[in-house]
Design a protein around this ligand. Structure first.
Ligand SMILES: O=C(CO)[C@@H](O)[C@H](O)[C@H](O)[C@H](O)COP(=O)(O)O
Ligand SMILES: [Zn+2]
Length: 650
């Protein structure tokens, strides 16, 4: 049975629009976690407060994911700072729902401190273990926002209780972990660092000029992008002041695009922050350099990230910060404040720069430095794309989360560690194979096509295929020969002359025993190889001596040589006519992709042979029809002749 998990996110619904005051990273995090967990086979129910009667109480959002709207207070928008009094009602409604579903939840994962409180109460009542991700900690927020933090003070005590009672706590970055330990005395053994991520199929680089054309932006202007929730602590002031500084002190101009707000059109009435920032820009003498774009849907964001030259994010503090990841995923360097999650996601001097949080002059200088050097931009771009794809995809974050779920849900601390290791190994193996397949598709498709044609040409001219390899590759050599000699997909076709040089145990053992293993294949090539035949050598390294010697002999016999190799290709790759080199250094990944290659080759070769044989049959049929007609004609002529002659005799 599938494991059912409850995600509680009291204010941040996964289906809310992004970019408004109360919607941001947490909405994305919950949505992506739910989607990816469902893809791993979990059944997910996301519990969030009902704030709009137009959406049903229970929404089947996607395969395996329901959004359960919880009745707690009036069904209308309420700012998150005012939600705490409704939490007892929230807990009561969830408990009712859980009962109605026969208490099937293995685990609760709470997001934000109020959901943590609900989860702690559920655990006390029903004993369901829970995990909490705070997303932002009250003490940290108070430290940085002071009087502008409108959450009630009860938040501190609630967080302390949740931290004590949670089975596991997710920290979004090392800074979050340190804060949990230093400010809350959280047990380090209970903290797992799992960063947020981005989705490579949603956020990916577009050509800069193309993106600018699509957005009707000037193709030549230097463009700085600011994108995200329009709230004060995000530090947009800082970037605007930097613009003024750059113009005044360095005579350097760049455009600042600000994407975000409560409406699609940038409207100071619906988003007062826009009006405030506009005034600030005027005061800085940079009013003409700032363009407010308004809110944009998520499927447009990669256009903005790709269109700009640099992405800035200079909040006073930032628990994680998803936007810098997304910018880097589009190949855009990031200049960010040296705080919170940003200082661990942005690599200073490699994918962008880190600057002090409230220092417009430092920010301005770094912007100028970056925008003045194409070399630096290219270097950052390449690093950025690689860095985030390796470390910060939602799939990766979800695997880590799922491992943690399994550990908590099994409730067996001894097995848990081993299981976590094993699950990580399984996930990593799949991940690295997928990566190798992706790379291979780009790099070796043409070599595969060329090889299939070479084998086909040889077979069509009456040649044959010899295949060899050691260990796993010996098995694959036999596998390939069997596909050709027998059949791959086309039943009823003729058998093709293919032979694995590994299969004759009597010869292989005798020759290795009496002479040397190094010549075990070369000897057979010498015996069977004819000019125009094909030798396929399979090796993960290209280093095996017996393969190298077989290739030398094959060359002497004017055979066509194909190397199905890996790593650097090794000495074998120097002796072949075509190489298919799997781009990986891991023997197992190489072998796995090699098997795929052999199946693809089998298909391509077989297809050609079948087409050929059909043609031959047609030719034969056509020939025999013509032959028959000629014979009939001849008979008629003869009959006429006889008749003619007989009349003549008459
Ligand atoms: O299958 C495996 C490893 O996965 C082994 O049997 C492996 O094929 C053997 O060690 C081979 O002798 C390695 O030779 P090669 O691929 O480097 O030519
Ligand atoms: Zn193997």
């Amino acid at each position: 049975m599938k494991k059912r998990i409850a995600l509680i996110s009291e204010h941040a619904s996964p289906i809310a629009a992004i970019g408004g005051t109360d919607t941001g990273g947490q909405n994305i995090a919950v949505a992506e976690l739910a989607r990816h967990l469902a893809a791993l086979g979990y059944e997910i129910d996301v519990f969030t407060r009902w704030d709009d009667r137009r959406v049903p109480k229970i929404l089947n959002w996607r395969d395996g994911i329901r959004i359960v709207h919880v009745e707690a207070g009036p069904v209308t928008f309420i700012p998150k700072e005012k939600l705490l009094p409704y939490m007892p009602a929230f807990t009561r409604d969830i408990l009712r729902f859980i009962k109605s579903e026969n208490n099937r939840y293995k685990l609760v994962h709470a997001h934000f401190f109020m959901s943590g409180l609900v989860a702690a109460d559920i655990k006390r009542k029903l004993g369901i273990p829970f995990i909490v991700t705070f997303h932002a900690l009250a003490k940290v927020r108070r430290l940085h926002q002071g009087g502008n933090d409108w959450f009630p003070d009860e938040g501190f005590a609630i967080e302390e209780r949740v931290i004590t009672e949670a089975d596991q706590i997710v920290a979004l970055c090392p800074q979050d972990r340190d804060d949990l330990i230093n400010l809350y005395e959280a047990d380090p053994g209970k903290i797992t660092v799992i960063p947020n991520g981005f989705r490579p199929d949603e956020i990916y680089p577009l050509d800069k000029l193309f993106a600018r054309m699509a957005l009707k932006l000037d193709p030549k202007e230097k463009i700085i992008l600011q994108l995200g929730r329009m709230v004060r602590r995000k530090g947009v002031d800082n970037v605007i002041k930097a613009l003024g500084y750059m113009r005044r002190e360095h005579n350097f101009e760049a455009r600042l695009l600000i994407v975000g707000g409560e409406s699609d059109e940038p409207d100071p009435k619906t988003t007062p922050e826009i009006g405030r920032l506009q005034k600030l820009a005027e005061a800085e003498g940079a009013g003409d350099l700032v363009t407010f774009v308004g809110r944009r849907p998520r499927d447009m964001l990669h256009y903005y990230y790709s269109a700009c030259d640099v992405f800035t994010t200079t909040p006073w503090y930032e628990p994680f910060g998803i936007t810098p990841l997304e910018a880097m995923a589009c190949g855009t360097p990031v200049i960010g404040s040296n705080v919170g999650g940003i200082k661990s996601t942005v690599m200073d001097g490699r994918t962008g720069f880190l600057v002090p949080p409230n220092d417009p002059a430092s920010l301005g200088r770094r912007i100028i430095e970056l925008l003045s050097s194409n070399k630096l931009m290219t270097y950052f771009k390449e690093n950025a794309i690689r860095h985030v794809n390796q470390n910060y995809t939602w799939m990766k974050a979800t695997h880590l989360t799922a491992n943690m779920y399994e550990r908590i849900a099994t409730q067996s601390p001894l097995r848990a560690d081993e299981e976590e290791d094993s699950l990580s190994y399984i996930d990593d193996s799949f991940g690295s194979l997928i990566e190798t397949i992706e790379k291979s598709r780009r790099k070796i498709r043409l070599a595969i096509l060329d090889s299939a044609q070479a084998v086909y040409r040889s077979l069509a001219r009456g040649g044959k295929v010899l295949v060899c390899g050691n260990g796993g590759s010996a098995a694959e050599a036999q596998h390939f020969a069997a596909e050709l000699m027998g059949r791959f997909e086309a039943s009823g076709r003729r058998g093709l002359p293919a032979m694995a040089l590994t299969a004759d145990t009597a010869f292989v053992t005798a020759w290795s025993n009496d002479y040397t293993f190094d010549d075990v294949f070369a000897r057979q090539v010498e015996a069977h190889g004819q000019p125009g035949d094909v030798l396929v050598v399979i090796s993960s390294s290209g280093q095996s001596v017996n393969l190298v010697k077989a290739l030398r002999t094959a060359r002497r016999h004017e055979m066509f040589c194909i190397g199905l190799l890996g790593k650097e290709g090794g000495p074998a790759s120097e002796l072949t006519d075509i190489n298919i080199i799997v781009p990986s250094n891991e023997t197992s990944r190489i072998q796995e992709v090699q098997l795929l290659v052999l199946h693809v080759l089998s298909h391509l070769i077989e297809q050609q042979i079948v087409v050929d044989d059909l043609n031959t049959v047609q030719i034969t049929e056509e020939w025999s029809i013509k032959h028959f007609q000629v014979q009939e004609m001849a008979k008629n002529v003869n009959k006429r002749k006889i008749k003619h002659e007989s009349t003549k005799c008459d």
